[in-house]
Design a protein around this ligand. Sequence first.
Ligand code: SF4
Length: 383
Amino acid sequence: MAVNLLDFDLDGLAAYCEGLGEKRFRAVQLFRWIHQKGASDFAQMSDLAKSLRDKLAAAAEVRPLPVLTEQASADGTIKWLFDVGGGDAVEAVFIPEDDRGTLCVSSQAGCAVGCRFCSTGHQGFSRNLATGEILAQLWFAEHHLRRRLALKPGERAITNVVMMGMGEPLQNYNALVPALKVMLDDHGYGLSRRRVTVSTSGVVPMMDRLRQDCPVALAVSLHAPNDALRDELVPLNRKYPLQELLEACNRYLESAPRDFITFEYCMLDGVNDTDAHARQLIALVQGHVRCKFNLIPFNPFPASGLKRSPRERVQAFAQILADAGLVTTVRKTRGDDIDAACGQLAGEVQDRTDVQRRMTRRQPIRIHARPAPGAASAKETSS
Ligand code: SF4
């Protein structure tokens, strides 16, 4: 099979080009064609020597992921379902706001962590994505949106990437890091470290490696203020309990591009949302780790047996944290009508049989009308 050039960060591409007898600056040119201009046809790459274009055409390709469906929400959120082969599919979600465009990217088909409130977790684990499959989501979304939104040359559709789609990114570390490097590279997508966020359920050893190899913004899925409850909600806690996790957060902050960790906290009715839980959370983090809280209204799905906390409960919980001086936001639910809200990303693919059936039928991609960009309120962030 041809070599997929989306699998390489710039150093990797330079090494590959060197193997073809080409200098590094040729790799830079090629890299810019692929990631900055969205080109996949080597014949288009006019400043590359014809001999190099011929070599590339014979041995390599820029391999996109086939799009199974595209769904646009009334609030401007767009969700793509990508075919990654073998009956598996992954999703990426674009969330437009006034001042930015965020792409939520998947790192695995399924997930092995099995968080109780997460529909991807209920699906189980299928496989890790390759670097090229992680980047293909960004490559497609950026260049597709540039055309669709008729952006001017140099304008970007995607200003922020969050590794919060399907999968635990730190359990696919070797593929993740080169993908992050391409996102950050000035010859690639040129995103600042503060605008690329890895979200983890708390894989402590890999948090330590990430801070050395490629420190970007970090979000930690906390979801509980004590080990007994977190053991139940986020099973990885049994391996890396809260105290170890918070110590890893503090080590991470030594090299992080932001001076706080974002703690994600999914609000589950009667499970983790009482005043007592809020006070426990304060005792857990205050004076121990610099952090912000992002409270996420739970998006119910039948197999979970869990319910969303009422809006007033979420507000009261947020107020207790805020009164204690902890910066707290309540995430605005986006893309509810297309199952693109947080924790729903497996909604479409949970039933593998259904995906296989749709893939076999080769349904045409559903293209919806261009949505009006949505705006989040000042106190709410988007999922
Ligand atoms: S919340 Fe994240 S880590 Fe937990 S099961 Fe879902 S995808 Fe995996």
